[in-house]
Design a binder for this molecule. Structure first.
Ligand code: NAD
Length: 255
């Protein structure tokens, strides 16, 4: 019997098999969860549908999280064809490339709005849509990064969006705690993915972590999957509103 046997997980954020959400979904399947997968839209369909098949997902449904109608439609399909859920994974972020290099002060209003919408507000919208179909002791997990807490060169706008995401996690944990639903954030160390490739000088960040983190290495999507399985399981039943670092200890380092 797996850690997640008998639980149903709805996963947002798989773009390919390098995605953190893929590492999470794979671990969840190993631990006995039933999976439903949502992807950003048509452009990703040919890539994500075979992954959903590989993972034995019961459902694979498109949803652009910037569109309320799309969220409503997707959750209608999920409620009808997959039923109530126990786990919601939010592994979604976006910022235009020009906002991930140079000076933060140069961030354009449109870039700010779009990034906050996709990377932070979407968690609120997905929690709201999931609330009616989420079982007691359900677990919502989202993905953050250290750039929410401290200045990381070039992370810029995404750092501000992640700060909003982590803060939302605490407010949502309070709202949904009344229904015994938990909301937590994983602050993962840097991993080479599609989203990360947009961050200026990303290779240098990876090298820096290897040199400076207490464990002297970088994390993998499998490492994040392991922690997500813990946070999704009843082993973490009394943990909510938390940001848990999975970063080889880098966040504790001062001078
Ligand atoms: P990724 O590119 O594989 O995943 C990002 C996902 O966001 C993609 O699946 C993409 O389709 C989805 N997305 C973007 N806009 C969307 C929209 N409008 N509607 C629905 N989905 C949309 O990269 P990743 O690194 O796996 O990123 C997943 C999460 O992990 C993000 O929140 C990211 O900020 C976070 N994170 C990444 C790292 C890292 O170093 N890779 C570290 C810490 C946290």
């Amino acid at each position: 019997m797996g850690l997640l046997t008998g639980k149903k997980a709805l996963i947002f954020g798989i773009a390919n098999n390098k995605s953190i959400a893929y590492g999470i979904a794979k671990k969840f399947k190993e631990e006995g969860a039933e999976l439903a997968i949502s992807y950003a839209g048509e452009k990703l369909e040919s890539r994500v549908v075979p992954i959903a098949e590989e993972l034995g997902a019961k459902l694979c449904v498109p949803c652009d999280v910037t569109c309320d109608e799309d969220i409503k439609r997707a959750f209608g399909v999920i409620a009808g064809d997959f039923g109530n859920i126990d786990i919601l994974i939010h592994s979604i972020a976006y910022a235009p490339g020009e906002a991930l290099k140079g000076r933060y002060i140069d961030t354009a209003r449109d870039a700010f709005k779009l990034s906050m919408d996709i990377s932070a507000y979407s968690l609120v919208a997905l929690c709201k849509a999931a609330e009616p179909i989420m079982n007691e002791w359900g677990s919502v997990i989202n993905m953050s990064y250290f750039g929410a807490e401290k200045v990381v060169t070039n992370y810029n706008l995404m750092g501000v969006a992640k700060a909003a995401l982590e803060c939302s996690t605490r407010y949502l944990a309070c709202d949904l705690g009344e229904k015994k639903i938990r909301v937590n954030s994983i602050s993962a160390g840097p991993i080479k993915t599609l989203a990360a490739s947009g961050i200026g000088g990303f290779k240098n960040i990876l090298a820096h972590i290897e040199e400076r983190s207490p464990l002297h290495q970088n994390v993998t999507i499998e490492d994040v999957g392991d922690t997500a399985a813990f946070l999704a399981s009843d082993l973490s039943k009394m943990i909510t509103g938390e940001t848990l670092h999975v970063d080889c200890g880098y966040n504790v380092i001062g001078i």
